[in-house]
Design a protein around this ligand. Structure first.
Ligand SMILES: [Zn+2]
Length: 320
C-alpha cells in the first residue's frame, strides 16, 4: 500500500514537472533572445575610429572624409545598398562663428529592405563626427560617438544577414556636434512621407558609465515603446533605465533634443535614444579608447540590438 501510494505521488510529481517544463518552454518562446555581437570586430572598429588617424572626425575635414570612406566600405562589404542615389548624402553648412564660408558635410546612409512591411521604415542612427582638434590636442571622441558608430556597423551586418520585417535605414549622421545638422538635413529631405518612418533609434555615447547604467530615453513621449524595452531589460547583461525625458525637469535633465533623435522628435516621428550620463571625459581630449568599459559596451550593444530585433518582429504598423 505504502509503496503504491508513493508511486502515485511520484507520478503526480512527474506530471507536474512535465507541465512546468512545458509552460516554462512556452514562456521562454515569448521572451526575446539576447543577440550576440562580434565583440572583436566591434572593439577593433571602436579603436580604429578613435585613433589619432581620424583627428577627432571634424565635419568638413579630410579625416571626416576618411571616416565616410570607411563606413561606406563596411556597408558595401555586407551588401547593404544606399538609401539614396549614393551612400553619401551631402549638404553644406557654416561653421560656428563663420557665416561666410560654407563647408561640405556628408551623412552616410544605407538601406536594408524589409520583407513584410515594405512601406514602413525604422531609422537606426549614430553620429560619426566629433569636434576635431583644439589647442593642439586631438579630441578622439571614443564614447562620443565612435561607440554608437561601431555599434551601428554591427547592426547593419546583422540585419543584412537576418532580413528585417520593416525596412531598416542605417544612418551615420555628420555634424551632430554642430547642432544635429546631419539629422536635421536628413529629416528635412526625407525620400518617403514622414508617417512611413515608424521609429528612430539613436545611439550616442554607449561605451562606459561610472554606475554601469544605460538610459533609454523617450518613453515619456512614447510609452508604447516600453512593451518592447521591458522584456529586454529583463534579460539584459547591464542595467537599462528609463529617464531623462520628462520636459518638466528641464535643461540637461531632458535629453530628448540633445542628440540626433531631436530632429525626429521635432517633426513628430517616434524616437528612442540610448546613451549614458555625462562623464568626466565628456567633450574632453581624454574621451579615449582606454576609458571604455568593454563588458558594459558589449552588453549595451547586445541589448539595443535585441530591442530593435524584438520591435521589428513584433510591432505591427497600422495602414500597412
Ligand atoms: Zn555625441
Amino acid at each position: 500500500m505504502k509503496s503504491g501510494k508513493l508511486s502515485v505521488y511520484v507520478l503526480i510529481i512527474a506530471l507536474v514537472s512535465v507541465f512546468a517544463a512545458c509552460s516554462s518552454t512556452k514562456k521562454a518562446g515569448s521572451t526575446p533572445k539576447l543577440q550576440a555581437v562580434d565583440e572583436t570586430t566591434l572593439m577593433s572598429h571602436l579603436q580604429y575610429l578613435s585613433s589619432d588617424e581620424f583627428k577627432g572626425r571634424l565635419v568638413g575635414s579630410p579625416e571626416s572624409e576618411k571616416a565616410q570612406e570607411f563606413l561606406i566600405q563596411q556597408l558595401q562589404s555586407f551588401g547593404v545598398k544606399p538609401l539614396l542615389a549614393a551612400y553619401r548624402q551631402p549638404f553644406t553648412m557654416n561653421r560656428r562663428n563663420d557665416t561666410v564660408n560654407k563647408i561640405n558635410a556628408n551623412n552616410v546612409i544605407g538601406l536594408i529592405p524589409g520583407k513584410k512591411y515594405k512601406d514602413k521604415y525604422i531609422v537606426l542612427s549614430a553620429h560619426y563626427d566629433h569636434i576635431g582638434e583644439r589647442n593642439g590636442l586631438i579630441f578622439n571622441g571614443t564614447d562620443d560617438n565612435a561607440s554608437g558608430t561601431s555599434a551601428l556597423i554591427q547592426f547593419a551586418k546583422y540585419f543584412q544577414k537576418n532580413q528585417p520585417d520593416h525596412n531598416i535605414v542605417i544612418a551615420f549622421f555628420d555634424a551632430e556636434e554642430s547642432g544635429l545638422r546631419g539629422a536635421r538635413h536628413f529629416v528635412a529631405n526625407l525620400p518617403v512621407a514622414k508617417e512611413q518612418i515608424i521609429l528612430n533609434v539613436n545611439m550616442d555615447m554607449i561605451s562606459r558609465d561610472d554606475n554601469n547604467d544605460l538610459y533609454a530615453c523617450g518613453t515619456f513621449q512614447h510609452p508604447f515603446l516600453k512593451t518592447y524595452i521591458d522584456p529586454v531589460i529583463a534579460i539584459a547583461p547591464i542595467s537599462i533605465k528609463y529617464g531623462y525625458d520628462d520636459p518638466s525637469n528641464g535643461g540637461r535633465n531632458d535629453w530628448t533634443s540633445l542628440s540626433d533623435q531631436g530632429a525626429f522628435k521635432q517633426v513628430g516621428i517616434p524616437f528612442i535614444y540610448f546613451g549614458v550620463e555625462d562623464h568626466a571625459d565628456y567633450h574632453k581630449a581624454t574621451d579615449t579608447f582606454e576609458k571604455v568599459k568593454k563588458e558594459f559596451y558589449v552588453g549595451a550593444v547586445r541589448s539595443i540590438l535585441s530591442f530593435v530585433q524584438l520591435f521589428d518582429k513584433t510591432f505591427k504598423p497600422t495602414n500597412s
